[in-house]
Ligand binder design. Structure first.
Ligand code: THU
Length: 127
């Protein structure tokens, strides 16, 4: 699956964002080793701390579907700017992507940027 297609799927996922409090809508698409893609959006809550980010929604959906490892994740947001995963999501992505995981970011002009998860989370925590 190429980066452009993954970004398109993240844009689709963003449409389901529940961002009642921040109005900041995020979509993610996550490619599993099986070739299956899992979508995620941010899901906010009146108790703000119960909010789940788009990236983690996608990871949890994939794991719940039986996927064990992911190779790429694409992220877009309503800001139209490149939106980097938060610290908690970086750690969760690292758990299931390993050092080689690719993080793809899209902006409103259709530009695409790519990083490894290791670049975004050097010395990630492992047990
Ligand atoms: N958000 C994400 O979905 N992913 C990130 O990596 C950064 C933040 C969401 C959480 C919240 O619903 C909104 O963006 C504002 O923080």
């Amino acid at each position: 699956m190429n980066n452009k297609k993954l970004i398109e799927l993240a844009i689709e996922a963003k449409k389901n964002s529940y961002a009642k409090y921040s109005n900041f809508r995020v979509g993610a698409s996550l490619l599993g080793e099986s070739g299956q893609v899992y979508l995620g959006c941010n899901v906010e809550n009146a108790t703000y701390g119960a909010t789940n980010c788009a990236e983690r929604t996608a990871v949890f959906s994939g794991i719940a579907s039986g996927e064990k490892k992911f190779t790429k994740v694409a992220i877009v947001s309503s800001s139209g700017e490149y939106t980097y995963p938060c610290g908690i999501c970086r750690q969760v992505l690292f758990e299931f992507m390993g050092d080689d995981g690719i993080v793809i970011l899209g902006d409103k002009e259709g530009n695409i940027k790519e990083h490894t998860i290791k670049e975004l989370l050097p010395y990630g925590f492992k047990l």
